[in-house]
Design a protein around this ligand. Structure first.
Ligand code: SME
Length: 158
């Protein structure tokens, strides 16, 4: 089980040391992917216009979905509906973009600060119905910490 408390602490320490979101996003993906049940872990960020998700970094098999329009696939739908999505069986999902034929279930957790959506953590599993409520709660904590850093950088830039 992912030790989210420890990861969140490490991410905050990186912030305190002056690391930027790029390093935090890579760290989070690396740590989350240590969980055996998670076969592909990546972060997508919304582009400047907010109409496309761009793959920032990932661990797993290469994917052809480096850019996903908002509304398309599970990833794009999560942004369009402004909600996290836990898909227990991707074969039952009509709006689905296959990354790997082995993928059975998928979890998308938005990286957001209130109304502002910055992107998402996307996880695929080769087993059906992998993702639990505890996983969701843990990953929301991680996503919120990432959002804190991204929001701070955007404030500084404006
Ligand atoms: N399955 C996703 C596409 C991204 S890959 O899983 C890496 C979707 O349906 O949006």
């Amino acid at each position: 089980m992912l030790d989210a408390g420890n990861l969140i602490k490490e991410l905050q320490e990186m912030r305190d040391e002056g690391h930027l979101s790029d390093a935090l996003l890579r760290k989070a993906v690396r740590k989350i992917s240590e969980e055996d049940r998670f076969d592909w872990v990546g972060v997508y960020l919304l582009d400047g216009d907010g109409d496309e998700l761009w793959l920032h970094n990932y661990i797993g098999e290469p994917t052809e979905h480096a850019k996903i329009p908002v509304g398309k696939g599970v990833c794009g739908r999560a942004v369009a509906e402004r909600t996290n999505l836990n898909v227990a069986d991707v074969s039952k999902e009509e709006n689905y973009l296959a990354c790997s034929p082995d993928t059975q279930s998928e979890l998308v957790i938005l990286i957001r600060a209130g109304e502002d959506i910055f992107g998402q953590i996307d996880i695929d599993s080769d087993e059906k119905d992998t993702f639990t409520e505890d996983d969701e709660i843990a990953l929301i904590g991680v996503a919120d910490k990432l959002a804190e850093q991204i929001a701070a950088e955007r404030r500084d830039a404006s």
